[in-house]
Design a protein. Structure first.
Length: 373
């Protein structure tokens, strides 16, 4: 019987439930990619534990993930605006809209992480809460009457053309999401490797498109949280969006190929390669940060008698740092005394001052170079 041609303008209510019809667990090419991705991811997880404070990555690698993930949605901010915002050198009403979007992504990532630590499961509330944080909304899954379609971007050939219409109807989205959540959580009924499940579930989530907007960012956070839930990652610091934005056309093409041609193999191979390459990149960032921290500590302690390990860790927690943070670590509350200490850090080229209106904050150029490299 000839397969019916896929119609991009009709709601895809015939989206198959998981698991996929293809046997990915025994596909030689997929398994080869799976082994490489698993090894690389395990190395990242071990490397995170080498950090003196794993949460320092909240403002470094996790922030880069947030920035790049929003760029996939064509939301751009500069490094300068972003780091000034997280160091709280700008008031809320002075932060531009794009920077706020990045910060909301980071907040959603960590809110999801904390929820997962408490509840130990991927459920509908977790997914909805991620979306609500990203969009600053109280909205839920798409209502059945919402005629949501996916169109080509303004810069694309045939811009505005409908390329996909997600499922729609009474209880339709809820039923698809119930199946997706069961697939992720029930390892007896669905015993695939967790990395394979992540690849499969990411496609399914994007195909369901459960929210009116913000699905891409919600789905990318869900990837990281699922890996944490399965013990493959201890912190949500995998820089996965970098690979996706570099290979953005392939990403969307391969998603479409699953929908139209049931091409699960090429999609899964692509996502496993994303995990492998991203793990290598994240490892490089962690190694470079650790090496630079050690070098800076050794250099500074030879020149500054009061410089210590705690201060060194603080200035590598984010590229831009406020004087009061340094003052709190050193126990120096007097402005005159703190200014003297900060000047010593500047003279020795450990930090660089920068004015933001009437306020001065300090930049760790070595950390900034690593993050922007």
């Amino acid at each position: 019987m000839e397969k019916q041609k896929f119609d991009r303008t009709i709601p895809y209510n015939s989206l198959p439930f998981l698991p996929p019809s293809k046997d990915l667990d025994n596909n030689p090419k997929v398994l080869k990619k799976l082994v490489a991705a698993s090894r690389a991811l395990a190395t990242v997880n071990g490397n995170i534990n080498r950090l003196p404070n794993p949460f320092m990555l909240v403002n470094t690698i996790a922030l880069q993930e947030a920035k790049t993930s929003t760029e996939i949605e064509n939301i751009f901010t500069t490094e300068d605006e972003l780091y000034k915002a997280i160091s709280q050198t700008q008031k809320e009403n002075n932060i531009n809209a794009s920077t706020k979007e990045v910060l909301k992504y980071r907040e959603a990532l960590w809110a999801g992480y904390n929820y997962l630590q408490q509840n130990k499961t991927i459920d509908a509330n977790l997914i909805k809460n991620i979306f609500k944080q990203i969009k600053e909304t109280t909205s839920d899954f798409r209502p059945p009457q919402a005629k949501v379609v996916i169109k080509r971007g303004q810069s694309d050939f045939r811009s505005g053309e409908i390329i996909y219409t997600p499922p729609r109807g009474e209880d339709v989205i809820e039923n698809f999401m119930d199946n997706l959540i069961e697939f992720l959580n029930d390892d007896k009924k669905f015993p695939s490797d967790p990395l394979l499940k992540m690849c499969i579930a990411h496609y399914q989530f994007e195909a369901i498109h459960p929210f009116q907007d913000g699905n891409g960012r919600t789905g990318r956070i869900l990837n990281l949280l699922y890996l944490i839930n399965k013990g493959l990652l201890s912190q949500p610091t995998l820089y996965l969006s970098k690979f996706i934005i570099v290979n953005k056309e392939d990403y969307y093409y391969k998603i479409g190929a699953v929908t139209q041609k049931n091409s699960w193999e090429t999609w899964t191979e692509f996502m496993l390669e994303a995990v492998e390459k991203t793990s290598v990149l994240t490892n490089t960032l962690i190694n470079e940060i650790l090496e630079q921290m050690e070098s800076t500590l050794e250099y500074a302690q030879k020149r500054i008698i009061w410089y210590n390990k705690e201060l060194n860790e603080a200035i590598f927690s984010q590229p831009y740092i406020k004087p009061q943070i340094i003052g709190n670590i050193l126990g120096k509350t007097s402005r005159t005394t703190l200014t003297k200490y900060l000047n010593e850090l500047v003279i020795n080229k450990i930090l660089r001052p920068k004015k933001n209106g009437v306020e001065v904050f300090y930049i760790n150029d070595d950390l900034l170079r690593i993050l922007e490299g």
